[in-house]
Design a binder for this molecule. Structure first.
Ligand SMILES: *Cc1c(COP(=O)(O)O)cnc(C)c1O
Length: 387
């Protein structure tokens, strides 16, 4: 080629870095345009083929690497990233539901899944119905000819009941219905969803996979190529994409996730054991404690617990008093989401969130971070003193 002007040369540089660079981190591949080697390769592209690259939105080596690692942790074969946990829930709904279908949702489901389901009902011709999370095999009676999908969450957000996933899956599969599990709490570590019959796993990577309270991301994982293809189609059609720097942050944290998970678990059980004996607390809603609904199922099916649990305060305490308790905490901060190094406490008005909540007493949910549990206990003790 003839000599290039400086402006062109800046864009079309001849420099090629030496081959053979070795380092541990997965490179961050930023790209919208992905290059084809010739026109034929461009024409023959297959948007659904993950053995090749065709457009930045559909994946780069950075996203494919995170997807493969998440699938491995969960025991699946196919994974797609979404820009948030909620976007991953949306991806599942759009992949597996169409107008006229019916979806069953546990009454204790993550709040935004409920809002999304109600919106699908009001605007998209899908019926969503709510079931008692402890229904187990009884879910068979709720399945209609047009029921396509059953959502489950183990344990349920905020109220922490542990559902009988194998029983729900058996009833669903007997009628050709798919089961999607929000497996965020167990992070794919403490509950092997596919081995217990689940068809589709959704995770909010925002929690332990990120671990830094700084990234929003979600994932949908399957281990059936036919289901994976439906996820792939919805993923492409919805235009979901994630930022490569965020993917890098999750990849960086993933190496320590299992160790962090175990540390959160141990610390949470230490704090919960102390709290359980306090006269202010009437129920310890932590799956590893006998007063949590589904505790026996947790013992049977799970190999660990996350650092997230709830408590019920004795009904003699008013909301004003429990709010004062939360406001008086110093190490625990007030805020949504969880899974990071910082401990959090959030009071919930759970009666307004549920159809079937009959418990008395104010519910407060704790996220136990990575601080020394003895310091967290001391903080809770001083805050209880202000009530
Ligand atoms: C946080 C969370 C989500 C949603 O994740 P975002 O990334 O915040 O959208 C979904 N399900 C559960 C159980 C969660 O805890």
């Amino acid at each position: 080629m003839t000599k290039k002007s400086l402006q062109t040369a800046i864009i079309h540089s001849d420099y090629v870095a030496p081959q053979g660079f070795g380092a541990f981190p997965t490179p961050i591949y930023h790209a919208s345009t992905v290059l084809f080697k010739d026109v034929a390769a461009m024409r023959n592209r297959d948007w659904l083929d993950k053995n090749a690259y065709n457009y930045g939105l559909h994946g780069t080596p950075t996203t494919f690497t995170l997807e493969a690692r998440l699938a491995q942790i969960e025991g699946g074969t196919h994974c797609r990233l979404a820009p948030s946990g909620l976007a991953a829930i949306t991806l599942v709904d759009f992949a597996f539901l169409k107008t006229g279908d019916d979806v069953l949702i546990p009454d204790n489901v993550y709040g935004s899944n409920r809002v999304l389901s109600n919106w699908l009902s009001s605007n998209f011709g899908i019926t969503s119905r709510y079931y008692d999370p402890m229904i187990g095999a009884g879910i068979a009676e709720l399945i209609q000819p047009n029921t396509r999908l059953i959502w489950a969450e183990a344990p349920g957000s905020v109220s922490m009941e542990v559902p009988d996933i194998p029983a729900i899956c058996a009833a669903a599969h007997a009628r050709g219905v798919l089961v999607a599990l929000d497996n965020t709490w167990a992070a794919g570590l403490a509950f092997k969803a596919f081995d217990h019959g689940v068809d589709i796993v959704m995770q909010a990577l925002t929690k332990y996979q990120s671990g830094g309270s700084d990234v929003l991301m979600g994932a949908v994982i399957t281990r059936d190529p036919a289901l994976a293809k439906l996820v792939e189609i919805a993923f492409n059609n919805l235009g979901l994409g994630v930022g490569m720097d965020d993917v890098y942050l999750v990849l960086r944290s993933l190496s320590s996730m299992k160790l962090r998970f175990e540390a959160h678990d141990a610390a949470a059980r230490t704090v919960a054991t102390w709290l359980k004996h306090r006269p202010e607390i009437t129920r310890m809603l932590h799956p590893a404690f006998p007063d949590c609904p589904g505790h026996e199922i947790w013992k049977r099916d799970f190999t660990g617990a996350a650092g997230l649990f709830s408590v019920l305060f004795d009904k003699r305490y008013t909301e004003e008093q429990t709010d004062r308790f939360v406001d008086s905490l110093k190490l625990f901060k007030i805020g949504f989401s969880w899974g990071g190094a910082n401990s959090l406490a959030v009071p919930y008005r759970i009666k307004g969130m549920r159809k079937d909540w009959h418990e008395e007493g104010i519910l407060v949910r704790f996220n136990i971070g990575l601080e020394d549990p003895e310091d967290l206990i001391a903080d809770i003790e001083q805050a209880l003193g202000t009530m």
